[in-house]
Design a binder for this molecule. Structure first.
Ligand code: TYM
Length: 338
């Protein structure tokens, strides 16, 4: 088993990242058996796809490293690194650009959402971003990729690229790439904004009130929950009653994911109550679950020397793991390097 996943280091780690992905990274790391390995990385090369602040990128990368360690990623057990120190990612992307198809990339919903009506004005990197993401996982022969629902389509593309490359350039009994399996949590696959139950909770939302950040203190978290958009109806006793109530569904889903319960169990307890009762319970649960992580994060985040050392050590291991597959891809394509 090879577990591989990444996160963009621009902006704070928020509750959507945590419940949708990072919590699963930690669980998978902790469950690994001998001979299996997990690699987790800061996708700093992906930051170039949109306008970014060069001065803030390194700081953001270190901060996200501290956040991942605070969440439970153990750099002694998992390989933790940033892409920029492993040039094999960008190299493999170029090799895969020969296999990926324009039509496949044109269908990516993230590209369509981010480009909007201004496709001509976007960077080429925003368009080819999913090919770099494919390289990120194929380089390590990833078998399992824990992600939130929004990355499912990108992982399907990675499988399509791997499949076509293997068909075109390798024999059936010696494929170059492994087809990766996305691992998406049953609850919390898609955490929504606190201000709009139909928009994803995201780092790029201009309103900080739309998301819970790992770095928020207890009062800020409670205030954000108190101000979260809801409707005037009490909570239903059964899941069907959440139909058409995106905000209520989101808050109940967050509660369920944090408490380790199903939505039905949460509604069995809170059905019939208004948000005046439910919101304080949710805020309390959030603070209980996230405060210890926040405390560890605060203790780690300013030790840039230690964080840099973690990333350098991880990058050396990642390069070692990635080089054999990159070599195999060069050879399969007939590119001779002496
Ligand atoms: P990113 O940085 O946007 O998010 C990191 C992880 O958090 C999940 N996530 C969510 N899950 C549930 N609800 C939400 N509101 C929410 N917001 C984010 C994402 O699904 C993701 O798992 N392209 C990727 C980074 C990446 C990557 C990779 C991931 C680059 N290369 C290779 C996996 C494998 C991204 O921008 O994630």
């Amino acid at each position: 088993m090879r577990v591989v996943s990444g996160i963009q280091p621009t902006g704070n780690l928020h509750l959507g990242n945590y419940l949708g992905a990072i919590r699963n990274w930690v669980a998978m790391q902790d469950a690994l058996e001998d001979g299996s390995e997990a690699l987790f990385f800061l996708a700093d090369l992906h930051a170039l796809s949109q306008p970014h602040d060069p001065a803030g990128l390194h700081a953001g990368t270190l901060e996200m490293t501290a956040a991942l360690v605070a969440c439970g990623i153990d750099p002694d057990r998992s390989v933790l690194f940033n892409q920029a120190q492993v040039p094999q990612h960008a190299e493999l992307q170029w090799l895969l650009n020969g296999t990926a198809r324009m039509g496949w990339l044109n269908r990516m919903t993230q590209w369509k959402d981010k480009a909007g009506k201004n496709r001509e004005g976007q960077s080429v990197a925003l368009f080819t971003y999913p090919v770099l993401q494919a390289a990120d996982v194929l380089l390590y022969q990833a078998t399992h990729v824990p992600v939130g629902e929004d990355q499912k389509q990108h992982l399907e593309l990675a499988r399509d690229i791997a499949q076509k490359f293997n068909n075109d350039f390798a024999s059936d009994d010696a494929p170059v790439f492994t087809l990766p399996e996305p691992i998406i949590p049953a609850e919390a696959a898609r955490i929504m904004s606190l201000r709009d139950g139909n928009a994803k909770m995201s780092k790029s939302d201009p309103s900080d009130m739309s998301r819970i950040n790992l770095s928020d203190d207890a009062d800020t978290m409670a205030q954000k929950v108190r101000k979260a958009k809801t409707d005037p109806e009490p909570l239903p006793s059964e899941e069907a009653g959440l139909e058409g109530r995106a905000e209520a569904r989101n808050l109940v889903g967050i509660y369920a994911a944090l408490a380790g319960q199903s939505v039905a169990e949460v509604l069995a307890q809170y059905g019939g109550q208004g948000f005046g009762g439910f919101k304080p319970a949710l805020a309390e649960l959030l603070v209980e679950k996230l405060s210890p992580i926040r405390d560890r994060f605060v203790a780690l985040k300013d030790d840039s020397e230690a964080l840099d050392a973690i990333l350098a050590r991880g990058a050396a291991k990642a390069r070692e793991r990635g080089i054999p597959t990159l070599d195999a891809a060069y050879r399969a394509l007939g590119l001779v390097r002496h």
